[in-house]
Design a protein around this ligand. Structure first.
Ligand code: FES
Ligand SMILES: [Fe+2]
Length: 477
């Protein structure tokens, strides 16, 4: 008897017919060198670890299936070398960091951060061996507590993309953090374009066993307004090199609408909007979390990036810098995999849900519905890039060439848009959301320094001004 998955798709007690497990999708999920996605990721600078992980001994890491060591030498230069020494192959994780470069423990060869062999102490003084060899190395540097590397062809190295949000508002502080997930990178990246999961997975009233009081689970969805009925749309951005969701929710005053846009920039970058319950009364807010989804290998990945600390995005100072760092995040339990099995079962979070998708999610077994639109759009756009329909390098194009800044579409705003009797409110909110997204795109051409003021002024025009009074009342500036 042969099983027929399709025929028995809706057969009750039909597990017998569903035991065949098809393969995952290698095109989108595999990232070793030479794979389509691996090469695409290698076109971009990637964060690979936190500065706080660099000590006086080298750090062994694995990125996109490559075994490497990373270290900061005595001169403050970051070295990212292939892990096995090019002499006879021992691991440089046992190397000794030098004032310049690193010394292999076995025969003492010293490598500079670019892989140049500077010393071969066991060779005769006249030996020229060192001039004929280089240890494999990648360019790397530190910025605001993250170590970034470029692992693509050296001749194609792009400039590091600086998003406008890294520098605003004035005094914005970037605090680095990372979390290791035991699963494929793509399913974690896609999670943000699965907007509906927030009202379930992050709503302890719905999924916490014993309730939030017993489990201590964060009541995140309801205070933020994520449990309210929403008008959600997904749109490609940057000519298919990004995707965003636009989610609009009516506030209880029936006068205003909270418009939230979050953008994922391919291949694996993300800027997430307001994360604290203040979102619904903020006029406009900056990114609070910039993150990348970096493959360690095909069944392990790093969520790594910066939390943004500034008064504008977090006026009530709910964030805690000291709780951000290696395997640490200052909001929402279950984002890192550091809880007991019982805790994670009683109040599952993103970590459990993502790892629970299997080491590599199997798309062929999914039964997608309306809530999966964003995930399917993400995959479609990525496939188009890999197929060459969308040029890869254009994703690095800057919006303001005077300061090499890329502009962010992620935003949270509250706009005056009263409920209209007899009209379809979801339709009204969708139109408003689209208008805000169009405004963000329209403002691409405005210089970075003026872009925010331009957007604010245009939003004031859009909502006709009554929001100014609301804003003054709530004390939000
Ligand atoms: S194996 Fe590294 S110097 Fe010999
Ligand atoms: Fe989530």
């Amino acid at each position: 008897m042969t099983s027929n998955r399709k025929q028995h798709k809706s057969t009750p007690y039909g597990a017998y017919y569903k035991t065949d497990v098809p393969s995952h999708d290698p095109e989108l999920t595999h990232t070793d060198r030479g794979t389509p996605m691996g090469e695409y990721l290698r076109c971009h600078w990637q964060p690979i670890c936190l500065s706080e992980q660099l000590t006086d001994v080298p750090l062994a890491i694995r990125i996109m299936g490559e075994d490497l060591v990373v270290f900061r030498d005595g001169a403050g230069q970051i070295g990212l070398l292939q892990r096995h020494c090019c002499h006879r192959g021992t691991s440089l994780e046992f190397g000794i960091i030098q004032p310049k470069g690193i010394r292999c423990c076995l025969h003492g060869w010293v490598f500079d951060v670019d892989g140049t062999v500077m010393e071969t102490p066991c060779e005769p003084a006249a030996s020229r061996l060192k001039e004929t060899i280089c240890q494999g190395a990648y360019p790397a540097f530190e910025q605001d507590g993250l170590v970034f590397a470029y692992m693509g062809p050296p001749e194609d190295k792009p400039p590091f993309p600086e998003f406008d949000t890294y520098h605003r508002p004035q005094g914005n502080k970037l605090v680095a953090l990372s979390a290791h997930y035991e699963c494929n990178w793509l399913q974690v990246m896609e999670n943000i374009m699965d907007h509906d999961h927030v009202k379930v997975l992050h709503n302890p009233r719905m999924i916490s066993v014993g309730g939030s009081e017993e489990t201590g689970a964060t009541d995140y969805a309801a205070p933020m307004g994520f449990t309210e009925e929403a008008a959600v749309d997904y749109y490609p951005t940057r000519d298919g090199r990004g995707v965003c969701f636009v989610a609009c929710r009516r506030n209880s005053d029936n006068e205003t609408v909270w418009v939230r846009i979050v953008e994922a920039i391919f291949p694996n970058h993300l800027q997430i909007g307001s994360t604290f319950p203040s979102a619904r009364r903020e006029r406009r807010s900056q990114t609070v979390w910039t993150r990348w989804h970096v493959p360690i290998d095909d069944t392990n990945m790093l969520v790594i990036g910066w939390r943004h600390f500034n008064d504008e995005v977090d006026p009530d100072h709910c964030g805690r810098e000291e709780d951000c760092g290696f395997e640490k995040l200052d909001f929402l339990e279950g984002v890192t995999g550091d809880r007991s099995y019982e805790e994670s079962q009683r109040a599952p979070g993103d970590y459990e849900a993502m790892v629970g998708l299997r080491p590599i999610a199997i798309h062929a077994l999914e039964n997608p519905g309306a809530s999966d639109k964003g995930v399917y759009l993400t995959r479609k756009l990525l496939r188009e890039i890999l197929a060459g329909k969308t040029p890869v390098h254009a994703s690095l194009e800057v919006n303001d060439t005077s300061n090499s800044r890329l502009h962010t579409y992620t935003q949270d705003s509250v706009l005056y848009a009263p409920l209209e009797e007899g009209k379809d409110d979801i339709k009204l909110m969708r139109a408003l959301g689209r208008k805000v997204l169009d405004l963000m795109a329209e403002a691409d051409g405005v210089p970075s320094a003026e872009r925010e003021a331009y957007i604010r002024a245009r939003m004031d025009e859009m909502d006709g001004g009554p929001l100014v009074a609301i804003r003054n009342e709530s004390g939000v500036t």
